[in-house]
Write a protein that binds this ligand. Structure first.
Ligand code: MLT
Length: 322
């Protein structure tokens, strides 16, 4: 009885009746993507919005809320009404790395969200401008050191996963390029294609079409194993740079206090969607490793966020100090 009272009180605090939580959703929902359209975060967020639209019977639309390495969108989501109609497609940057870079972040990834579920992990590539005279990591390191003063690295804002990946790379190599912020890595890719930016570190699905078209070169994958999509691109480990290891997680979160029946519906819809053959093929074709069923639920995601913050904090502090 006491438990029912507590549940009812929590729903009342969120301004939602038990019946509303049971009927959810009755109107359009918003998935905040905290980066520019066309990049890995956006493409992943749109796949998820489509899953929710099909499995929950109401339209879910993507809203790109960009800025400050994804933390502007994450803060918006943290402060949104906890009614299940605003959720965020976040990632390792917004929900694990950001506290290392922003002392006044304005949200706590662990305390201010209800985890919904892990979507996928995506290893990063070192993607370089086509006319950089380097075809592997060793040649890139030599080029970067010789041209350090004019080297431009693109990233999606301090604390974003493209920033984190290249921070690890730069620290391991011992270079300090000019780090140019963008609102996402889709615009970084355009700048690489235009010759304005020399390189970035981006989850594989960003550079993939350009690498396949031969307009951008991929020199390393930041992972222990090669990708079947680019089997000729050697890993950072094979090339003697294991510090360049970055395969960010992508996951969904709702504002703290979102009623459990709503979180459960969202988590179930996500898992059903990730089981669909067409979704699995689409994500695999984009280079994403889909979360196994036992890693998908809210509890597994809460554990992942906690362990990633603990793992990354000392690594990022050391890399930043270098
Ligand atoms: C993007 O999707 O624009 C970027 O990959 C985000 C990021 O670097 O964190």
């Amino acid at each position: 009885m006491k438990r029912q009272w507590i549940a009812a009180a929590l729903l009342a605090l969120a301004g939602i009746s038990g019946a509303q939580a049971q009927d959810y959703p009755t109107r359009t929902g918003t998935v905040i993507v905290p980066f520019a359209p066309g990049g890995p975060a956006d493409i992943t967020g749109r796949i998820v919005a489509d899953i929710f639209s099909r499995h929950l019977g109401q339209q879910f639309v993507v809203e790109n809320v960009v800025g400050a390495g994804g933390t502007v969108g994450a803060l918006r989501a943290a402060r949104a009404k906890a009614d299940g109609y605003t959720i965020i497609s976040g990632h390792m940057g917004t929900h694990a790395a950001a506290p290392s870079f922003y002392p006044n972040l304005g949200y706590d990834p662990e305390k201010d969200f209800e985890p919904i579920g892990l979507i996928a992990e995506q290893p990063e590539l070192l993607a370089v401008r086509k006319d950089i005279p380097a075809n592997n990591l060793k040649e890139f390191i030599a080029y970067a050191k010789a041209n350090e003063s004019k080297l431009n690295m693109g990233h999606a804002g301090v604390g974003s996963v493209s920033y984190v990946g290249c921070l690890l790379l730069n620290a391991a190599i011992g270079i300090k390029p000019t780090m140019v912020p963008f609102t996402g890595t889709a615009p970084v890719m355009n700048a690489i294609l235009a010759g304005q930016i020399d390189y970035d570190c981006d989850p594989i699905l960003g550079p993939l079409p350009h690498v396949r078209a031969g307009t951008v070169k991929a020199l390393a994958i930041a992972s222990k194993k090669r990708s079947p999509l680019l089997p000729d691109v050697p890993t950072s480990y094979e090339q003697g740079l294991p510090e360049f290891d970055c395969a960010p997680f992508y996951a969904l979160f709702a504002p703290k206090g979102t009623p459990k029946p709503i979180i459960d519906k969202l988590a179930e819809a996500l898992s059903k969607g990730l089981n669909e053959e067409a979704v699995q093929k689409r994500l695999a074709d984009l280079g994403a490793d889909i979360a196994e069923p036992n890693r998908r639920g809210p509890k597994a995601l809460a554990d992942l966020v906690r362990s990633e913050i603990a793992r990354l904090t000392p690594i990022l502090k050391a890399a930043t100090a270098k």
